[in-house]
Design a protein around this ligand. Sequence first.
Ligand code: SF4
Length: 136
Amino acid sequence: MSACLLGTRCNHEGGHSRRPAVEALAATHRLVPICPEVCGGLSTPRPAAERRGDRVVNAEGADVTDAYERGARAAVELARAVGASQAVLKARSPSCGSALVYDGTFSRTLRAGEGVTAAALRAVGIEVLSEDDLPA
Ligand code: SF4
């Protein structure tokens, strides 16, 4: 699970994206939270970042791809350690987005695509959903 969906204040503004529909999954599933960006070594708060091609850049112009890839590897290791078969990740994040991401222009323009962690989890066979895929 994206940790921010469970209320951890780990997003780039130091806030969370708590969703009751995500928390309700705890009744039937074992939920294991992770914030890939924090696990990749980024601070909270931190500059907004977006995917730009194969890279991730932040709003200050820095290439932060390495941190995103470290976080994705941590998420894959955790998923394997706990035997996860599914992940519910925050929509539209450059790490966690699973269908749409911002396009790297910092103009709030979405494009089809996935975050670095969502792609890494799918590459090892884990089903990735977002909070938008859950019942309201
Ligand atoms: S990296 Fe994922 S878990 Fe962390 S704040 Fe961003 S969307 Fe939430």
